[in-house]
Design a protein around this ligand. Structure first.
Ligand code: GLP
Length: 241
């Protein structure tokens, strides 16, 4: 695992965007696995700047997002579909047909999740997967559990995740209780992984996930077994390692 400690959120966002830009330069038709949450917003801002400066080109890039709330329509401003358009897709020259996000409006979880696995396979797999880190060690929406889920699946969100995400909704009651998420197996099949993390409140989780035992109780700990992982964090997030 490679660790880049940056002084603050802006610096870590620039570092992460540089790594993604390098991937896009080496392979213009690469498949990017994308994440939501507050952590990658700065990274997306830097990518938009690079695009506006003519340094990177999204015309051949394909994307597959990690997860989506079940039950939210795409025009709901809390859906991850909406988030991705607002924070990246609408500002760069990506072909919307090349972007993929699980469809939270699909009632039949099994059908939607197996369809999403087929979509990722048809892209030839993910070249670079961007991740954030949940306070309980989740990646995507893979919550602490008794085992590591292999494939895209429907998950019941844990109380801590609902609490953490309620800041984006009118109240905790409005936070969906379920989500579709790539499985740990899906994430581990990405050729490269780039995780961004910031803030003192994640310091304990960083220490547990990357320097503690590998256990499904801390889903991100599985990344210790991936051959090409880069963790980019600020000093606060790295303060307990
Ligand atoms: C959400 C997302 C994750 C994200 C995590 C951390 O629940 N499903 O993909 O990494 O929470 O979010 P944040 O970056 O806002 O702390």
């Amino acid at each position: 695992m490679k660790f880049y400690e940056e002084k603050d959120y802006d610096a870590l966002s620039r570092r992460a965007a540089n790594i993604i830009a390098a991937q896009m330069t080496l392979k213009p038709d690469c498949v990017l696995g994308l994440a939501t949450g507050s952590s990658p917003i700065g990274t997306y801002k830097c990518l938009i700047e690079k695009y506006e400066n003519g340094d990177i080109d999204f015309s051949q890039v394909k994307t597959a997002n990690l997860d989506e709330y079940k039950g939210l329509t795409r025009d709901n401003d809390q859906s991850y579909y909406y988030f991705m358009h607002e924070n990246l897709f609408d500002h760069v020259n990506i072909d919307p047909a090349n972007t993929n996000i699980p469809d939270g409006t699909k009632e039949d979880s099994e059908a939607e999740c197996s369809h999403y696995e087929e979509v990722i396979a048809s892209l030839g797999g993910v070249d670079l997967q961007l991740l954030g880190l949940g306070h309980n060690g989740h990646i995507g929406f893979n919550e602490p559990a008794a085992d590591f889920p292999q494939a895209t699946h429907c998950v019941d969100l844990q109380e801590r995740t609902i609490e953490a995400n309620k800041r984006f909704f009118a109240s905790a009651d409005d936070v969906p209780r379920q989500a579709y998420t790539m499985g740990i197996g899906t994430i581990m099949r990405a050729k490269k992984i780039l995780l961004v993390v910031s803030g003192q409140d994640k310091a304990e989780t960083v220490a547990k996930a990357f320097f503690g035992p590998v256990t499904p109780e801390v889903p991100a700990s599985i990344l210790q077994f991936h051959p090409d992982v880069t963790i980019v964090g600020d000093q606060a997030a790295f303060s307990k390692i």
